[in-house]
Design a protein around this ligand. Structure first.
Ligand SMILES: Nc1nc2c(c(=O)[nH]1)N[C@H]1C(S)=C(S)[C@@H](COP(=O)(O)OP(=O)(O)OC[C@H]3O[C@@H](n4cnc5c(=O)[nH]c(N)nc54)[C@H](O)[C@@H]3O)O[C@H]1N2
Ligand SMILES: Nc1nc2c(c(=O)[nH]1)N[C@H]1C(S)=C(S)[C@@H](COP(=O)(O)OP(=O)(O)OC[C@H]3O[C@@H](n4cnc5c(=O)[nH]c(N)nc54)[C@H](O)[C@@H]3O)O[C@H]1N2
Ligand code: SF4
Ligand SMILES: [Mo]
Length: 746
């Protein structure tokens, strides 16, 4: 018997597959990832892992992952060398930009960009390089309402209010299912364990969800409202707090304006006035308010079910209004502001410019820009619309909007007609099959990792860095290099220029600005001296080091000798714990008044729209979504270990509803955008009148390379949605609470 030629090895790697950011220990054998387990010494996740993380090796080594670039020749996508692929991008994207300007290029940015260094540090440079106002992302299918409400209330659209899970006495989860999603905009490994610990220390958990989810099963109280009614429900909680004299601002009193306006705004939202609309008894709403007010500390936490709905911005806002009126914002056990190690160092309090939307508008429907983005639900119409200022080319980076966004068929057709489409994506899937060039990043084992985007949403401050677990294959670029080369093309330097130039330019610009800012930790210092202190090596490492050193825990380039640098972080492979969340409202506030604006004007105006909806009590059946522990939006159905079993694309409905309609095994579902047929799963966990179908399925299209997913394609729920229903303040698509008609399939 031949002796083994290699020995098994291990490497630490933060998992990039959801917001929990668990530290994993990967097993490596013969240059492949053969296993993954939770890293017990990780300062943040302490050994937690879920089925997706455990499948790291399978995902990393999926034979359907693209190993090299594809370029369309005579209608067919063929493999070419990296050099050739970049040349095609330079020529074709360059031609579009030269003839029509970067503004004629639309960019779609998908969810995994929130989980990669490349997404955080390089995607913005491409958007800037184009100078386009045609920016679309998964945010308008997700959390944009929260950005808007945070922007309006605090003057800071990125300052997430996160429940202090480890210390709260009373948690209200509305429209989230963290036992399955593993938490979102509340970065916590082992969310379920934290909820169990809350109950064990005598705290209470309330879950508000039309479905009795796994999270609801764990709760003391489960409230099951009609979908789409969270804003009315929360406004009735606000009403009750005023009505029963339960408002206690505590330490917030000096920092909040608009309390009286809030009282008036909530005046006609008594629990008794909304109970029919919400489908929740008034007494239950009053109890919800009283318990929140009585708890020593409490936090309301809302997510997808509160966000991707008709009144998404109002609901997201009211979550924090309740946190404020019960005195729970910015205090331990309440809703707090995390402090990212790569965020800016705190500056002295000062009034800001506030938050504005609508600096430009979409061409067809006139939707306002929000955080420089237009609604993804409007992308099909924007692509179809003729005119000299029409979209000529599309770039997608880590996104699959054909399945994730409303009316993918229409989007699919429109994408097939643009002059040029470039996708940066490891898979040939429902969206990228339309591309003229696909540039695949290497598998995650060969990328470095730092959670730039998620560190600002963590329930405990921490910093962790994983270098690549395996080296890049010879000749294969990593994603920072791929995106840098696209940026170089847009800067007019050509794709073969040194990608380090991109990073050096960012570094020079950032340090020039910082050294000129009297409130910066490096105020007045010489840029060259600071640049000389950055480590040799890859540009992203130099940039991360710069960000850490300028950040709130940083060494300020030597001025704080014990402070954080990338080198120090690398010396702590299980991460550095930076402590529990601490109050920091005054650092956050950048409203013109310098106070929390409890009732921003545009929100007060939108309450009138909500008032108009209260008379709606019975829309027939309403469709909502759901996630599965072994899913990740549209892109993990190709792994045998994750797809199949209970992770299937079924319509869940209450047995009594099914009996009424004569539905047994399968149903036809008709929505505003189309019709589908799906197998039915009967469960009394669904509220009567509500059905649920997961998203990310519908892998039955020609021209993709998803051999496992194609075997069990499921149907695309978003085909039921025509995309016309939007939350107007944020441009976010309504993905929950869609009216549908159901009929049996004989
Ligand atoms: N396993 C797994 N994990 C994931 C993902 C995945 O696909 N699979 N996706 C990741 C992503 S991109 C995100 S954004 C997060 C999302 O994280 P979560 O928001 O926690 O995930 P969901 O499971 O969508 O939970 C939304 C809940 O809202 C409920 N709901 C629907 N409509 C309403 C309503 O009108 N009111 C109320 N109160 N509830 C409603 C649904 O029944 C559902 O239980 O999950 C992330 N994690
Ligand atoms: N009906 C309904 N629709 C929904 C939702 C819902 O709850 N209900 N949820 C919405 C939410 S919250 C979200 S976030 C969106 C997600 O919307 P998208 O981000 O558009 O969709 P994903 O399925 O996450 O697609 C991710 C893409 O990134 C690629 N990818 C994976 N890793 C990498 C990487 O490291 N680099 C690059 N370049 N590419 C990579 C994958 O191959 C895939 O093509 O879907 C939304 N759609
Ligand atoms: S919970 Fe999220 S971060 Fe943790 S192992 Fe699972 S997918 Fe990875
Ligand atoms: Mo998301």
């Amino acid at each position: 018997m031949a002796a083994p030629t290699t020995t098994a090895d291990t490497a630490l790697r933060i998992c990039p597959f959801c917001e929990a950011t668990c530290g994993l220990t990967l097993t490596i054998d013969a240059g492949r990832i053969t296993g993954a387990r939770g890293d017990r010494e990780d300062v943040f996740s302490a050994g937690f892992i879920c089925p997706k993380g455990a499948s790291f090796g399978e995902l990393d080594g999926d034979p359907d992952r693209l190993t090299g670039p594809l370029v369309r020749r005579d209608g067919e996508l063929v493999e070419v060398s990296w050099g050739e692929a970049y040349d095609v991008v330079a020529e074709r994207l360059g031609a579009v930009v030269e003839a029509h300007g970067g503004a004629s290029v639309a960019v779609y940015v998908g969810n995994p960009n929130a989980h990669t260094i490349a997404g955080a540090l390089y995607v913005p440079l491409i958007v800037k390089g184009l100078g386009t106002q045609q920016l679309y992302s998964a945010s308008t299918l997700d959390q944009m309402p929260k950005h808007v409400s945070l922007g309006l209330m605090f003057g800071n659209a990125l300052a997430f209010t996160v429940p202090d899970l480890d210390r709260t006495d009373h948690l209200v989860v509305i429209g989230a299912n963290p036992l399955v999603s593993n938490g979102s905009l509340a970065t916590a490994a082992d969310f379920g364990g934290k909820l169990k610990a809350l109950r064990k220390r005598g705290g209470r958990l309330v879950v508000i969800d039309p479905a009795r989810t796994r999270t609801a099963e764990l709760a003391d109280t489960h409230i099951a409202p009609r979908p789409g009614t969270d804003a009315a429900l929360l406004l009735a909680v606000v009403h009750t707090l005023f009505d029963e004299d339960l408002v206690t601002l505590g330490d917030l009193a000096d920092h909040v304006v608009g309390v009286d306006e809030m009282r008036m705004l909530a005046a006609d939202f008594a629990p008794e006035a909304v109970e029919a609309h919400c489908g929740v008894p008034a007494a239950q709403i009053r109890t919800l308010a009283r318990d929140l007010a009585a708890a020593p500390s409490a936090a309301v936490y809302g997510r997808i079910g509160t966000s991707t709905v008709e009144f998404g911005t109002l609901g997201s806002w009211l979550v924090d209004v309740v946190n404020i009126l019960t005195g729970n914002l910015d205090r331990p056990g309440g809703a707090m502001f995390p402090q990212s190690a790569v965020g800016p160092a705190p500056r002295p309090p000062k009034p800001g410019k506030g938050f504005r939307t609508g600096r430009w508008r979409s061409r067809v429907s006139g939707f306002p820009e929000v955080l420089s983005e237009l609604p993804t639900a409007a992308l099909p119409e924007e692509l179809e619309a003729p005119g000299d200022d029409r979209i000529r080319a599309v770039v997608t980076i880590a996104g699959n909007p054909v399945l994730s966004a409303p009316d993918g068929e229409r989007l699919s057709k429109a994408l097939s007609r643009v002059d040029f489409m470039l996708s940066v994506d490891p898979y040939l899937n429902e969206t990228t099959r339309h591309a003229d060039v696909i540039l695949p990043p290497p598998p995650p084992s060969r990328s470095a990792h730092f959670d730039v985007a998620l560190a600002g949403a963590s329930v405990r401050n921490n910093a962790r860095y994983s270098p690549p677990a395996l080296p890049l294959e010879p000749g294969r670029p990593d994603e920072p290099e791929i995106l840098s080369r696209i940026a170089l093309i847009l800067y007019g330097m050509g794709p073969h220029a040194d990608p380090a130039l991109v990073d050096e330019q960012v570094i020079a610009m950032t340090l020039t600005k910082e050294t000129a800012d009297p409130d910066s930790p490096v105020a007045g210092r010489a840029v060259d001296d600071l640049v000389a202190m950055l480590p040799e090596g890859r540009g992203y490492e130099r940039r991360l080091d710069m960000m850490l050193r300028l950040g709130p825990y940083g060494d300020a380039f030597g001025a704080e000798p014990d402070g954080l640098t990338l080198e120090r972080l690398k010396a702590a492979p299980h991460g550095i714990d930076l402590g529990a969340l601490r109050p920091r409202l005054t650092e956050i506030l950048r409203t013109p008044s310098g106070k929390v604006e409890l009732v921003p004007e545009s929100l007060a105006v939108d309450v009138a729209r909500l008032r108009g909806a209260l008379s709606r009590v019975d829309d027939g059946f309403l469709l909502i979504g759901r996630r599965h522990l072994r899913s990740n939006n549209s892109w993990m159905h190709n792994l045998p270990a994750l797809a199949g079993g209970t992770n299937r694309c079924t319509l869940q409905m209450h047995p009594a509803d099914a009996a009424d309609l004569g539905i047994t095994d399968a149903a036809r579902i008709k929505g505003p955008g189309g019709e589908l047929e799906a197998p039915v799963e009967l469960t009394d966990a669904m509220r009567r009148g509500v059905v649920s179908l997961p998203h990310g399925w519908g892998h039955d299209r020609a021209g993709t390379k998803l051999s496992v997913a194609a075997g069990q394609p499921g149907v695309n729920v978003n085909q039921l949605n025509d995309g016309t229903a939007l939350d107007p303040l944020s441009g976010t698509a309504v993905l929950n609470g869609i009216p549908v008609q159901l009929s049996p399939i004989p």
